[in-house]
Design a protein around this ligand. Structure first.
Ligand SMILES: Cc1cc2nc3c(=O)[nH]c(=O)nc-3n(C[C@H](O)[C@H](O)[C@H](O)COP(=O)(O)O)c2cc1C
Length: 186
């Protein structure tokens, strides 16, 4: 292999693409932001992170409300995901513009997005200032998955959930399952 050196950048890929929903408790306004900088960061207690620029409306809402829902969209929702990533809740009701339905969460005040088959309810634990983005660390209080995407083993069947990724400005579908944990040594 002959490798080129690139300037330092967050070069991890693929990264998930998620819709994060929240509510402004003071006004009752609900909002959605598209997030690509997110990930699993701890198994026990179950923790995830999302990174948000201070300029986003969602940054101030989640900082105040202290909870949020990470909703995993299906690949046929790419257009809605894109719209939630180019319009701000300051001037657009994104639930309405995308024909998405807010659904009451079980453990937190922020609503989930009904049309997303996976909803991860998070309580904000801390915010770490990084630079362009602040990292919001959330403890997962509960996960809800639509019955239509549950596998026979009681876990989410991601072939049915059809998530997609965001890479260098483009949305990409996932391919096929190419192995399972530990298959290298079975
Ligand atoms: C695919 C995609 C991924 C994005 N990922 C992030 C992200 O991880 N963090 C962030 O602050 N903004 C991200 N954005 C930009 C916000 O979604 C966008 O600025 C949005 O309009 C903010 O909405 P709000 O002001 O209602 O919170 C992304 C946009 C797109 C299209």
């Amino acid at each position: 292999m002959k490798k080129s050196e690139l300037s330092p950048c967050p070069a991890l890929y693929p990264v998930p693409v998620a819709l994060v929903s929240s509510i402004d408790k003071a006004t009752g306004k609900i909002n959605i932001i598209t997030i690509a900088w997110c990930g699993n960061i701890c198994s026990d207690p179950p923790m995830v992170s999302i990174s948000i620029r201070p300029s986003r409306l969602s940054h101030s809402i989640i900082s105040q409300t202290k909870d949020f829902v990470i909703n995993i969209p299906t690949s046929d929702m790419a257009r809605k995901v894109d719209l939630c990533g180019v319009k701000s809740g300051r001037d657009t009701d994104k639930f309405k513009a995308c024909s998405l339905t807010p659904a009451a969460s079980l453990k937190i005040s922020s609503p989930a997005i009904k049309e997303c088959p996976v909803n991860i309810e998070c309580a904000l634990k801390s915010v770490i200032k990084l630079g362009t983005h602040d990292m919001f660390i959330g403890e997962v209080l509960t996960v809800r998955a639509d019955e239509s995407i549950m596998g026979e083993n009681g876990a989410i069947d991601y072939a049915k959930a059809r998530p997609f990724t965001y890479n260098q400005g483009e949305y990409w579908d996932l391919g096929k399952n190419i192995g399972s944990h530990g298959f290298s040594s079975r």
